[in-house]
Ligand binder design. Structure first.
Ligand code: AMP
Ligand code: GLY
Length: 430
């Protein structure tokens, strides 16, 4: 089977790495891919939003299955575009159409969806430039802190947690004035949830589903969860506080009603649903949906899945997920993300990466490339998040130690990584 992966991050390298292990895999392509995907796939120089070029590539390379990594092409309708090509009716696609991707593409849509289908989420109201005065009045009596969310995609920067009414009012005015571009033309004002976060991932064919291993992401740049938000500085799977009882609640109260809601709304959803949850006193409350897998969560989720990933993806695309069983390793996976100095603000690129080959000798350690490029045979940094170093072990402690040791070995100018990935979970365990 020939497979095309859209995207260029650590998530896409992890997908490529896993898919390449399958005996069902003939040829793997990544568009545009990175130095990591190039180890196991053929990179195609195509932008993820160039739908015509993507369609052409599926014809040229006899692609059987397309897997869409990031949210942008999903929200912009890559799946709808491919579906409209009469000669590509045979193509299997893993990823929702634009209607389904609204779960991520519009915070207002996802809040209305959750409220309509009885899915637990923080109380909220949506405001636009037309009713900004009402929004400001609404904030007057809101409890603090208060959460303001730009409606549209904002590359992880669209959520502001305001500690004072003044800050909240300024944020609302700024967002509706266009400080967040089109994404902020609608703003969701939401109650602040107190608890501990984790993410649950679902692969669905629209009716049947598999709940994949859960993960905890470390979003802030600084140790102890301080400083600005990033795309993710590390991840751990499994998550100790996601007990069977908690996950059962997630399945009954969130996963099943989400899929039933999609069906009721006539949205045929084939792909991944990433459910960002707050564990509030052992009750799951949904913070957000994403219409894709997480990055760097994928780098800890996929290594734990023992079932052939192609089998799972084909079953999802064909509406036959009920016919496969999924095996998950009991081991713990930890990933530590190496980032460029300055990230998530301005940073420089093009720094040579050395000592990557030293990791090849380590047992159950994999360096997933996030922002890397090839410069005349040398691997150089090419993004804010550069590498995600995943280690698997029989205990959380050992997985953390192995991931951190490997993270120390790799060198590039300005390298930074968090030293505390997973440590809170050790404390939680005790
Ligand atoms: P989102 O883009 O919706 O994932 O929000 C980014 C981050 O903001 C989340 O991962 C949470 O850490 C935080 N956040 C979002 N909504 C809430 C909320 N209602 N209460 C507390 N924290 C939140
Ligand atoms: N790591 C969070 C995300 O992928 O959205």
């Amino acid at each position: 089977m020939n497979i095309l992966i859209l995207g260029a991050g650590g998530r896409e390298h992890a997908f490529a790495w896993k898919l390449a292990q399958s005996p069902l895999c003939d040829h793997l392509f990544a568009a545009p891919g990175n130095t990591g995907t190039a180890q196991v796939a053929t990179n195609l120089p195509i932008a993820i939003t160039d739908f015509a070029a993507i369609a052409t590539a599926t014809r040229t390379h006899n692609i059987d299955l397309v897997l869409v990594g990031p949210e942008e092409p999903l929200v912009k309708g890559v799946v709808d575009f491919l579906r409209q090509q009469p000669d590509l009716a045979h193509l299997r696609i893993v990823g929702p159409d634009a209607a389904g991707a609204q779960l991520e593409g519009s915070k207002d849509f996802s809040k209305r969806f959750m409220n309509a289908h009885g899915i637990p989420t923080a109380a909220s109201q949506t405001f636009t430039a037309d009713n900004v005065a009402e929004g400001l009045t609404y904030l007057e009596t809101h409890s603090l802190p208060v959460v303001l969310k730009a409606d549209g995609l904002a590359a992880g920067k669209g959520v502001i947690i305001a500690d004072t009414i003044d800050e909240a009012k300024t944020t609302l005015t700024d967002m509706l004035d266009g400080r967040f571009g089109q994404a902020g033309h609608r703003v969701v004002i939401e109650q602040f949830l107190r608890g501990i976060e984790l993410s649950v991932f679902v692969l669905t064919d629209g009716v049947n589903y598999k709940i994949l291993p859960e993960a905890k992401d470390y979003k802030r740049i600084g140790e102890g969860d301080t400083g600005p938000n990033t795309g993710g500085m590390g991840a751990v799977s499994p998550v100790v506080f996601a007990t069977d009882a908690f996950l059962k609640k997630v399945e009954e109260r969130v996963v099943k009603p989400t899929l039933a809601g999609l069906q009721q709304e006539g949205i045929g959803y084939k792909g991944f649903i990433f459910i960002g949850l707050m564990n509030v006193k052992s009750e799951p409350v949904v913070i957000e949906y994403n219409a894709r897998m997480g990055d760097p969560e994928t780098e800890v989720v996929l290594p734990r899945i023992q079932t052939d990933l192609i089998e799972l993806l084909v079953a999802a695309a064909d509406g036959e997920l009920d016919k496969v069983t999924m095996q998950v390793a009991t081991q713990t996976a930890v990933t530590t993300v190496l980032v460029a100095n300055g990230y998530p603000d301005a940073y420089t690129k093009g720094h040579p990466i050395t000592d990557l080959d030293r990791l090849a000798g380590l047992d159950e350690v994999t360096a997933f490339h996030a922002g890397t490029a090839d410069n005349n045979g040398a691997t150089v940094t090419n993004g804010g998040r550069v590498l995600a170093i995943t280690a698997m072990a029989n205990s959380l402690e050992n997985a953390i130690r192995k991931s951190q040791e490997a993270a120390r070995m790799v060198q590039f100018d300005g390298k930074y990584f968090r030293k505390d990935i997973g440590l809170d979970l050790i404390r939680y365990q005790d």
